[in-house]
Design a protein around this ligand. Structure first.
Ligand code: ATP
Length: 360
């Protein structure tokens, strides 16, 4: 276990800023996810933590020790690039023993550790089998075992499940998370898949264009996105955005949309922003018989336990989560309203949320 701290680290490649100055503390024993779209700087951040890339400026601390200029091999961190990177001609035992032999551990210590890891990963029966003959899931476990057997201070994983099919991926997500809990490790996990991040992470940092936009517990990021980008990147279906098209005045306790008044969320704090945008999660929107935004049903997806309706209105296309009993024909005219206290008001110019928890 260990605490990883990054202080004002920045990485540029020539003139291009891959990671803007960032601060982050990853706690002892935490499963921390770096999440964001392709090219946002996740891998570069992870590589700097690993010691595979030198920051242009800033510091990296591992258990309060400054490791910024230490080589990867001196950091006691396991970087799991690809869970299938094994020696196919060797058997499982030798694959597990390899990193320990490199570190010149005694035979007894090597055997003790291999037995411990094999037991933990339920691969004891495979120790004499050749890796080339193993099924995908077993290979993945062996590769994980090879990282664990060193007992590093932290594990860094870069999209380790990227190449797997959906069903196996889901299973491996569960296994990885369970394993993390069992070995009480600190894990930093990179993914562009928000569902994977939400289901696995104790905390998530959402990155975009080299910047960490927000970090926190999955539920906090989902319910209180700090920017419009975070609101749209997290959640499936994504957050709906309703343009208010006017500036909400200080002390104003309602907003006007299509000539109807809606209460302003309690934590809303106006600054001098303009052209505000309301963000509402699909499950916080509903069909209304009274006031609401007029629209037309464009699509209806049956998802077993619920339905997702796509409604087209003059403000945009919205997805709302409704119960299975709702039977509406495509083209039906409806009105949609929303739970205004769970709405987030964003500044139309900066895309930043205007709520008390985000305003200094
Ligand atoms: P992906 O999931 O696609 O790998 P990412 O979020 O991990 O995306 P990075 O790999 O960290 O993104 O890359 C961030 C940006 O820095 C990208 O625009 C990438 O092209 C650029 N970059 C990364 N490494 C280098 C390098 N060695 N030289 C120049 N540019 C680089």
């Amino acid at each position: 276990m260990s605490e990883i701290k990054i202080e004002r680290i920045k990485k540029t490649f020539d003139d291009f800023v891959a990671v803007e100055e960032s601060d982050l503390t990853i706690n002892n024993g935490e499963f921390f996810v770096l999440l964001g779209p392709s090219g946002c700087g996740k891998t570069t951040t992870l590589r700097m933590i690993a010691g595979l890339e030198l920051p242009t400026s800033g510091k990296i601390l591992l258990d309060n020790e400054d490791v910024t200029f230490l080589r990867a091999s001196q950091r006691d961190i396991a970087f799991v690039f690809q869970l299938f990177a094994l020696y196919p001609h060797m058997n499982v035992r030798n694959n597990l023993a390899f990193p320990l032999k490199m570190q010149k551990f005694s035979k007894d210590e090597i055997n003790t550790r291999i037995n411990e890891v094999a037991n933990l990963l339920r691969i004891d029966h495979l120790l004499s089998s050749k890796v080339s003959g193993l099924a995908g899931g077993d290979r993945q476990r062996v590769a994980l075992g090879r990282a664990i057997v060193r007992r590093p201070k932290a594990f860094l994983m870069d999209e380790p499940l990227g190449t797997l099919d959906a069903e196996f991926r889901e299973l491996m997500c569960l296994e990885l998370r369970k394993l993390h809990n069992n070995i009480d490790a600190t894990t930093v996990y990179v993914t562009h898949d928000q569902l994977e991040a939400m289901s696995m992470g104790d905390r998530i940092a959402v990155m975009h264009k080299g910047r960490i936009l927000q970090h926190g517990k999955p539920k906090d990021i989902y319910t209180k996105p700090k920017t419009k980008f975070v609101g749209s990147f997290i959640g499936s279906p994504a957050m709906n955005f309703i343009p208010v098209n006017h500036t909400i005045q200080k002390n104003q306790n309602s907003v006007k949309i299509d000539n109807e008044e809606y209460a302003v969320p309690k934590s809303f704090q106006n600054t001098s922003s303009q052209n505000n945008v309301l963000g509402v999660r699909p499950e916080k929107m509903f069909l209304s018989d009274n006031k609401g935004i007029p629209g037309e049903v464009y699509g209806s997806e049956y998802l077993g336990t619920r339905k997702i309706l796509t409604i087209q209105s003059r403000f945009g296309t919205y997805k709302i989560r409704v119960s299975n009993d709702v039977n509406l024909k495509i083209g039906a005219n409806v009105k949609i309203s929303f739970d205004s206290d769970s709405a987030i008001i964003f500044d139309g110019q900066t895309d930043e949320a205007l709520h008390s928890e985000f305003i200094n």
